[in-house]
Design a binder for this molecule. Structure first.
Ligand code: SAM
Length: 198
């Protein structure tokens, strides 16, 4: 087990407590702009305990599906326990190696997790593989890239060096993953990189 994984395992029990009602309201506001439709199949990479699940499962409805992926078994255990619904599935896996079929998803979201992924190009390529043509990838953090870098540095330990790639690096990674229409917002309180699978 690598140390970053152990790090997140150690936070699983208390993770849910970190989100305030204000955070959840802001998240809902941001997710509204993703235009998730009833019947959609949405993957949540680095889903943790499932903070997005309540919003997502209501949007996709009974004909859709939310699939959360996380490499921390304690996080996924809680996510499964928190959301025992037919339209919510949680898988213990690395975002770099998704045990999911090609072209089977309408949307891939990664919230508060992308900065922690070891091989970011692989994650984007995997997201591209599982997305249908025209499907959307959204990489979201509630902090700018600079704020996040500073935060992880202060937190220290295995995440001390975790950061978001530069604008240029992200553009290259999206191109390599066969994405286009890339939009990157990076300002205090928000990092959002969105792109469409070609
Ligand atoms: C900061 S937490 C965010 C969790 C959740 N998205 C949330 O906002 O509550 C980052 C999550 O990413 C997961 N993670 C980190 N690297 C991963 C990887 N390579 N593959 C799968 N999950 C990973 C961690 O286990 C952790 O649950």
């Amino acid at each position: 087990m690598n140390s970053r994984k152990e790090y997140f395992e150690s936070f699983a029990e208390e993770w849910d407590k970190y989100f305030t009602a204000e955070d959840l309201e802001y998240l809902s506001f941001l997710l509204d702009s993703f235009n998730i439709k009833s019947g959609n199949k949405v993957a949540d990479l680095g889903c943790g305990t499932g903070v997005l699940f309540d919003y997502l499962r209501r949007k996709v409805g009974s004909d859709g599906m939310v699939v959360g992926i996380d490499f921390s078994k304690r996080m996924t255990h809680r996510a499964k326990r928190n959301f025992p619904f037919r339209n919510c599935v949680v898988i213990d896996a690395e975002a770099e190696h998704l045990p999911l079929r090609d072209k089977s998803f309408d949307m891939v979201i990664s919230f508060a997790a992308f900065a922690h992924f070891t091989d970011k190009q692989k994650v984007i390529t995997e997201a591209g593989r599982i997305l249908k043509t025209g499907g959307n990838l959204h990489i979201l953090h509630l902090a700018s890239s600079k704020e996040l870098e500073k935060h992880h540095h202060q937190v220290g330990g295995p995440v001390a060096m975790d950061h978001l790639p530069s604008f240029e690096q992200m553009m290259l990674m999206f191109t390599e993953g066969q994405f286009a229409n890339v939009k990157i917002t990076d300002h205090p309180g928000l990092y959002l990189a969105s792109a469409i699978r070609q």
